[in-house]
Design a protein around this ligand. Structure first.
Ligand code: HAM
Length: 423
């Protein structure tokens, strides 16, 4: 029996991987413009980090973690997201002491969640995320949102919807929490067991329940917006003002509750409203997490960030029919006739490659016609033909495939001829 790929994971093969590279390059380049710097953290962490960081009432912690005991009897977990690890590194490596503040970081890499696989939902997926630590200026909330929006725009997506909400500060959230508990408690028996468990621990998450979303109490639930204190309200208004300045359209959805425990003030999601996108339309999620750094043992530090998966971005690209400008083709294919010429192309190929050109030759001892076919398949800009006789005369024939023009040139000037053609 052959061995197959684990459920919810993907092989990304040549032909497809170029799209990933293009998106990854764009993300890196955008981070450079916005001055976010890359951080690479381990793929696994102590389980405790996610219990504290992501929150032990979340679906991620309760149902979705890949947790294992290692040979040293430690409980480790494959990271389900990047924020907790980034904040752990920020605390452990004392980045709060860096002269340049706020500390603006980005990451890109695989995350793992034991979810039910379906379109847009994988067990291993790649998140690109940014985290800005050390500022509670709503302008940085707007910056983080604009970075995500710009990445989508720069790959050519248009059918985007930005939804924002404020979850307020501690005082606002406590007042709202109490109102929610009072609202749901008398009829909590009519809700699913998950919601019953959430009532005392995290009543906000009841609003996020998929099973009970049509219950009449859901629609009448107290809205956080009505419980924001003055600071929180002003903060939220300032964010909206800045988004306006940046020409970023948005909707306020008081029911937007993110699935992780660490959020306060700003919460946002970017969705695709492209037809045929499928059930899961959230492309990107993020928000503010003041308090998380203290939770992980560091000094009081405000923070905000987002994460998006490349998988969902590619699904949106497909749904909108966007053509990514993926570079194709090679600079030159060497066709050789005769044994001496074949041997000679081994070194010649190396010369081309050392000069920075992409080049290929035949390795299957093919006839000339088949070699030309191979060159065609690789979409070669030039095909250079070398026979034993030409070799003895120090000559090579170069054909520019686009025009069909053919010239015979000296072997000594071959590399510079091709380089000239690059200009
Ligand atoms: P999240 O909402 O759990 O937030 O995930 C963010 C994004 O990761 C989602 O919007 C989606 O694009 C992608 N994603 C999540 N699960 C899957 C999956 N199973 N398959 C494919 N894509 C998936 C976080 O992870 C937070 N750490 C975001 C954040 C950063 N908040 C502040 N800073």
């Amino acid at each position: 029996m052959s061995i197959s790929i684990p459920r919810g994971t993907q092989d990304i093969l040549p032909g497809e991987v170029e799209k990933w590279q293009l998106i990854e390059n764009k993300a890196r380049e955008l981070c450079q413009r916005y001055q976010y710097h890359e951080i690479r953290t381990p793929i696994f962490e102590h389980t405790e980090l996610f219990l504290r960081g992501v929150g032990d009432t979340t679906d991620i912690v309760q149902k979705e973690m890949y947790t294992f005991i290692d040979k040293g009897d430690r409980s480790l977990t494959l990271r389900p997201e990047g924020t907790a690890s980034t904040v752990r590194a920020f605390v452990e490596k004392k980045l709060f002491g860096l002269p340049s503040q706020p500390v603006k970081l980005f990451y890109m890499g695989p995350m793992f969640r034991y979810e039910r696989p379906q379109a847009g939902r994988f067990r291993q997926f790649v998140q690109f995320g940014v985290e800005a630590l050390g500022s509670d200026d709503p302008a940085i909330d707007a910056e983080v949102i604009s970075l995500a929006m710009n990445l989508y725009k720069e790959v050519g997506l248009e059918r985007l919807k930005l939804v924002i909400n404020s979850l307020g500060d501690k005082e606002s959230r406590n007042a709202h929490r109490e109102a929610l508990v009072n609202h749901f408690r008398p009829r909590i028996g009519e809700f699913c067991s998950d919601c019953q468990g959430r009532l005392e621990k995290n009543p906000l998450r009841i609003l996020d329940c998929k099973k009970d979303r049509d219950h009449e109490l859901m629609k009448m639930a107290p809205s956080i917006i009505d419980y924001l204190n003055e600071y929180s309200r002003n903060y939220f208004e300032k964010l909206q003002y800045y988004l306006g300045l940046l020409d970023i359209p948005f909707e306020v959805d008081p029911n937007l509750v993110r699935g992780l425990d660490y959020y306060n003030h700003t919460a946002f999601e970017i969705m695709s409203d492209a037809e045929g996108f499928g059930a899961i339309t959230t492309l990107c999620g993020g928000g503010r997490y003041n308090g998380l750094t203290e939770e992980i043992g560091g000094p009081e530090t405000p923070g905000i960030g987002f994460a998006l998966s490349i998988e969902r971005m590619l699904a949106a690209i497909e749904a909108e029919g966007v053509q990514l400008g993926v570079a194709q083709g090679i600079d030159c294919f060497l066709v050789a006739l005769g044994d001496a010429a074949k041997d000679y192309t081994v070194g010649l190929l190396q010369q081309l490659r050392n000069a920075g050109l992409s080049a290929e030759r035949d390795y299957l001892n093919r006839k000339v016609k088949a070699q030309f076919k191979a060159a065609d398949r690789l979409n070669a800009k030039y095909v250079a033909v070398l026979g034993d006789e030409e070799l003895s005369n120090n000559k090579i024939t170069v054909k520019k495939m686009e025009t069909g023009d053919q010239v015979e040139i000296g072997l000594d000037s071959f590399v510079s001829y091709l380089l000239e053609g690059q200009k």
